[in-house]
Design a protein around this ligand. Structure first.
Ligand code: PEP
Length: 253
């Protein structure tokens, strides 16, 4: 009923040749995706076209950008628009990753505009949310995440929300080796789903895929993906190693 997705976020890693090799190694594993399962590869901008062509004969495999700009077009030197991404066949766009929020000062309001651009161009945002360590220690993570959802997603219609994937990524677990326990992940995912249900209705909430991100690996992905409200993962470090990424994808079923 809702899609189960494993998305690999390469961040600013790999040369074109290394990226090509990684995709070919993943494809070599001969994964058989079940109905409703998707694999997404989020490469740096310069590799998107190549990634798309390598994956074009593989149903269930999609390409994501890691960002786009909040305006339609114009004098924004160095930026990439959602329309440009659409024009080269990109499927998804990761928005609001904590690294973008921290290093590039992306606010919830700016992310709302980016989401509008992505949806207006027929692409699907993977909207990242999640709390820093101090917020988790203060046990106010639900309020923190609720605000992120409210300020970036609540202006959407139910129809628009159908194309949004949410990724819960506790910042204290990203690239740190610390993973949220399956109970912590499930609690937050259920909370996010309940917030979506309150705003957009139960039906919409039941159809929204909510991915977990934060030091997911072959060794913990099975338990995380086994949680009722965890619909897959957004994978950083482990997505750069074909065998690990494949092993994580295999935990979907
Ligand atoms: C990420 O950056 O989205 C992420 C989850 O990274 P890692 O898997 O390396 O923690």
């Amino acid at each position: 009923m809702r899609k189960k997705i494993v998305a690999g976020n390469w961040k600013m890693n790999l040369t074109l040749a290394q990226g090509e090799q990684l995709i070919n190694d993943i494809l070599q594993a001969g994964l058989k995706l079940e109905e409703g399962q998707e694999v997404v590869v989020a490469t740096p901008f310069p590799y998107l076209l190549k990634a798309k062509s390598l994956l074009k004969n593989y149903p269930g495999f999609y390409v994501a950008a890691q960002n786009c700009y909040s305006e339609k077009s114009g004098a924004y030197t160095g930026e990439v628009s959602a329309e440009m991404l659409q024009s080269i066949g990109v499927d998804y766009v990761i928005l609001g990753h904590s690294e973008r929020r921290e290093y590039f000062q992306e606010s919830n309001a700016m992310l709302a505009k980016k989401i509008d651009q992505v949806l207006a161009n027929g692409l699907k945002p993977i909207f990242c949310c999640g709390e820093p360590l101090a917020i988790r220690q203060a046990e106010t993570q639900n309020d923190y995440v609720a605000k992120q959802l409210e300020e970036s997603l609540y202006h959407l219609t139910v129809e628009q929300l159908k194309n949004v994937v949410i990724a819960y990524e506790p910042i204290w677990a990203i690239g740190t080796g610390l993973t949220a326990s399956s109970a912590q992940a499930q609690d937050m995912h259920a909370f996010i789903r309940s917030q979506i249900a309150n705003k957009f209705g139960r039906e919409a909430a039941l159809h929204t895929s909510i991915l977990y991100g934060g030091s997911a690996k072959p060794g913990n992905a099975g338990e995380l993906f086994g949680c009722a409200d965890v619909d897959g993962g957004l994978i950083g470090g482990a997505s750069l190693v074909a065998a690990d990424f494949v092993a994580i994808i295999q935990k979907l079923s």
